[in-house]
Design a protein around this ligand. Structure first.
Ligand code: 4NP
Length: 174
């Protein structure tokens, strides 16, 4: 990563209206706070809600903690994302499986040398929720939406530590 080129991260869940938009905004908040040069986006493995704003409940709970999700719009994950993003973060293990399956399609479509994206769980390095799923809150109650925010905050802080180590190693290696 040079100081001019942002490191690009894509947060991915099923519908792109609850977990991944929350992860996008929370991760951006902590990266901005730590002055990391990042570009963060989100997408869904499904095409259930194209162009839709985040779920009203996700928006409401996020806003209570100061996160504004209102400008985001849902979109589906596509093979091109694997050549554009450096890192794709899955919110749960089913998302991870589906992302890996689409990555095979991207390899076939673009050629392996073009693929940039590493794939990991949102909770990959989070010692509190280590490699745990971010539970889907869509069909549940209010606790589910608070849990998504708790986990997104915890996992984003863990990623900030990893990004700082990674970028420092790259600077030191120059
Ligand atoms: P998300 O939640 O994957 O966190 O955005 C869901 C949103 C919608 C649906 C499922 C999960 N759905 O079935 O429409």
């Amino acid at each position: 990563m040079s100081s001019k080129t942002p490191y690009k991260v894509l947060c991915v869940c099923l519908g792109n209206i609850c977990r991944s938009p929350t992860a996008e905004v929370v991760l951006r908040h902590f990266c901005d706070e730590h002055q990391l040069n990042m570009m963060i986006d989100s997408a869904g493995t499904s095409n259930y809600h194209p162009g839709k704003a985040p779920d009203e409940r996700s928006q409401k709970h996020a806003l209570k903690r100061g996160y504004d999700l209102s400008a985001l719009r849902a979109r589906q994950l596509k093979p091109q994302d694997f050549i554009e993003f450096d890192l794709i973060l899955a919110m749960d293990h089913e998302n991870l499986f589906n992302i890996q399956a689409l990555s095979q399609k991207a390899h076939a479509e673009y050629g392996t040398s073009q693929i940039r994206a590493k794939i990991a769980l949102m909770s990959e390095y989070d010692q509190t929720y280590l490699k745990q799923a971010l539970p889907d809150p869509y069909y549940g109650g209010v606790e589910g939406f608070e849990r998504v925010l708790d986990q997104c905050e915890s996992s984003s802080l863990a990623w900030v530590t990893i990004f700082k180590q990674q970028f420092k190693q790259q600077i030191d290696a120059k």
